[in-house]
Design a protein. Sequence first.
Length: 149
Amino acid sequence: MKIISQNRKAYHDYHIEDTLEAGIALSGTEVKSLRDGRANLKDSYVIVKGGEAYLLNCHISPYSHGNIMNHEPLRTRKLLLHRKEIDRLRGKIEAKGYTLIPLKLYFKGSFAKVEIGLARGKKFFEKRDTIKEREARREIEKAIKTRRK
């Protein structure tokens, strides 16, 4: 599994409740650009509309050796999910405060996949608590490491 892009800010801004793997419908130049590692998931999100799921604001840079038929960098891309999965996600995101955000973009074999997270937004004080916990964990690990030496 080759990871192309990760949405690191997602874990800072959201509580991730559930994750799901989905395929993406891409054009040829998009796949070539992804193989070069030229994608960005920042500020992207997923919507469910008309019984289908779409990835919005995912920036895939135009292919450097592409011609006039190169792709649009911020176009809406269809996600490939089963009907049951889409219906389950639609029911969950209709609940107050939930959204779908992409967490990772990667190749699994020769197929491009995206890991979607069902997320609930964090409040400002929750973000500070998360940072404090992470720093405390680092200090504990550092103390353990120095003690072993």
